[in-house]
Design a protein around this ligand. Structure first.
Ligand SMILES: [Fe+2]
Ligand SMILES: [Fe+2]
Length: 205
């Protein structure tokens, strides 16, 4: 299978409706300080999301048990990115406005039951993991430096696991058929968000 075909297969496995423009990797590697900074804050936000879910739904003990180690893992990712910056003599920059995540948050259905809200949050998290996984895969395959290929490959594998976990949790806490239907809406909407967004090499999304 060619690399392009493999990339497409991964995208399809994740369910994503729009493969990332391959030019994105070239743009990203032109400014490592910016892409690594943005990546670091993605990991921080992933950590925060897991902590918030635990704080808001402490009685869902199975989810708490599943997410507690993910908090550690995501924060470990933040530290990995920080080390990579330092190794290269680059600085962690300031956090930018996350247009992609903000747009996804706007798509969350307000109202409904507390558990409906949980499902919305879990699907949003799953989607961000899926897209991150797809982009890490592109970096791991196409970035020029071998060391960075390996670096990004680790994230790809890890975020793929998180994607599966969040989808499984959403199905556990919501009606499976409804969750599947809603997931399709999320996927379609996410493709539209990316289509409308400028392709930038200094952003993970
Ligand atoms: Fe992560
Ligand atoms: Fe993750």
């Amino acid at each position: 299978m060619s690399k392009a075909a493999e990339d497409l297969a991964t995208v399809q496995m994740l369910g994503l409706k729009l493969p990332t423009d391959p030019r994105w990797v070239n743009l990203a590697e032109m400014d490592l300080a910016d892409i690594l900074t943005d990546h670091a804050y993605c990991e921080q936000k992933a950590t925060t999301t897991c902590i918030t879910l635990i704080q808001k739904y402490p009685e869902q003990i199975e989810m708490v048990r599943a997410l507690a180690p993910i908090v550690t893992e995501e924060w470990g990712h933040f530290r990995m990115v920080l080390r990579e910056l330092e190794k290269r003599g680059l600085e962690l920059g300031i956090q930018r406005r996350d247009e992609y995540v903000n747009q996804l948050l706007k798509f969350q259905k307000k109202g409904g039951s507390r558990m409906d809200q949980l499902v919305e949050r879990l699907l949003t998290a799953a989607l961000i993991e899926a897209r991150s996984c797809e982009r890490f895969r592109l970096l791991s395959l196409h970035i020029k430096e071998d060391e960075l290929k390996e670096f990004y490959h680790k994230f790809m594998v890890s975020e793929a696991g998180h994607y599966v976990l969040f989808i499984d949790l959403a199905k556990k806490y919501g009606d499976e058929a409804k969750v599947k239907a809603r997931w399709k809406e999320y996927l379609a909407h996410e493709a539209q968000i990316l289509k409308d967004m400028e392709l930038r090499g200094d952003r993970m999304h």
